[in-house]
Design a binder for this molecule. Structure first.
Ligand SMILES: [Ca+2]
Ligand SMILES: [Ca+2]
Length: 186
């Protein structure tokens, strides 16, 4: 079982991935994200960058679907999402699988938001993530400060991996990593 703190975070995470807010993750939630980034960053429709984003998003959804859905459905419900992270990630002794999952999520965020490909998420790139996922931007500066452990004003892959691990596993409401996707508290 996940704790109340863990559940709150997983619900928050699910709700931001559910772009169309219908309670299910579906492929159009992910094509929508590619489209929002395209519009936000001014990429040409059907151009190289847009195609890259659309492909990465589609692949991300299908990898999740293969891992989570048991019934050959094309949707992931919130309960399936929580059960998957509960049993396969939080309460699983297979360290390699956990690490792969963390790398998979953070790698996806880098594909989408490391716009200048320098291997870091800058404050602007982090704000892009909030805007694209409809996360309240009021919390982006606070969240960034919590995640930037070495205070160099950029988020490295390791800082994000560490934060995401805390986001998944920690039961402590004061753990800084809880803030990776902004305000999870309400
Ligand atoms: Ca960058
Ligand atoms: Ca840093």
């Amino acid at each position: 079982m996940v704790s109340e703190v863990q559940k709150k975070k997983l619900v928050h995470f699910f709700e931001l991935l559910d772009s169309h807010k219908n309670g299910f993750l579906q492929s159009d939630d992910f094509s929508e994200i590619a489209e929002r980034i395209r519009l936000g960053l001014g990429y040409e429709a059907g151009g190289e960058k847009h195609v890259f984003l659309a492909k990465k998003s589609a692949k991300f959804f299908h990898t999740l679907l293969n891992a989570i859905s048991h019934e050959n459905k094309q949707v992931i419900s919130m309960q399936e999402w929580i059960d998957f992270i509960d049993t396969k990630i939080i309460h699983n002794d297979d360290e390699e699988y956990k690490e792969e999952f963390e790398e998979f999520i953070i790698g996806f965020l880098f594909d989408l938001f490391d716009d200048n490909h320098d291997g870091y998420i800058s404050t602007d790139e982090y704000v892009d993530m909030f805007v694209v996922y409809g996360i309240d931007i009021k919390y982006s500066a606070k969240a960034f400060l919590k995640l930037d452990l070495n205070k160099d004003d950029k988020l490295s892959r390791n800082e994000l991996l560490h934060s995401f691990e805390m986001f998944l596993f920690s039961d402590d409401p004061d753990q800084p990593g809880n803030w990776i996707f902004g305000n999870w508290e309400d």
